[in-house]
Design a protein around this ligand. Sequence first.
Ligand code: F6R
Ligand code: ZN
Length: 192
Amino acid sequence: MLDLPYTFELNAPGFVPTRYDNHIKRTLTSMKGQYHDISAYEAMLAEGDALLYEVYELARPHESGEVLHGISIVHPGKVGDEYYMTKGHFHTVLETAEIYVCLAGQGVMVMETPEGDWAVEALTPGRVLYVPPRWAHRSVNTGAADLITFFAYPGHAGHDYGTIEQQGFRKLMVERDGLPEIVDNPRWGKGG
Ligand code: F6R
Ligand code: ZN
């Protein structure tokens, strides 16, 4: 099959790509065990399986040489005092990086390495974030509107969700006195 160059537009305010192949929706149930306030999580789930974030992907072969890309939209909200966030993951091939460009909203990327480093970088419109190889990454919406980012990463990267599912990230983003704050994850290092 001959591959032809293609284009698409990302138009404000929604930034849904004018062309995409997959639309993934993640709801509260897919985040079971990730929010530190379990009773707030259960109470919220009893009210319905809220939509937390969405991803629009352009389908490309999962091969080195390709660049997988799309748009991630984390909606605003909290479970207890913890902001809506993505599941987060390491890439299966650890030595693969990722680039994010923030298009709208206010948030952070929470990151960590298997070696014990951690980092939290602000995502604001126009800001580019380079996530180097080895860094697990999770987008967190700390604002009142959608947090929208464009992402691109190597085709052979793959996703390891299991490691994060076991104990989460080292750091959580919670609201304290109306402002986002980085706190230690009490579950981290306790063996899941
Ligand atoms: C791909 C990547 C993003 C995320 C998206 C949703 O490697 O980092 O496209 O997949 O922001 O987050 P997850 O995949 O953690 O549910
Ligand atoms: Zn990734």
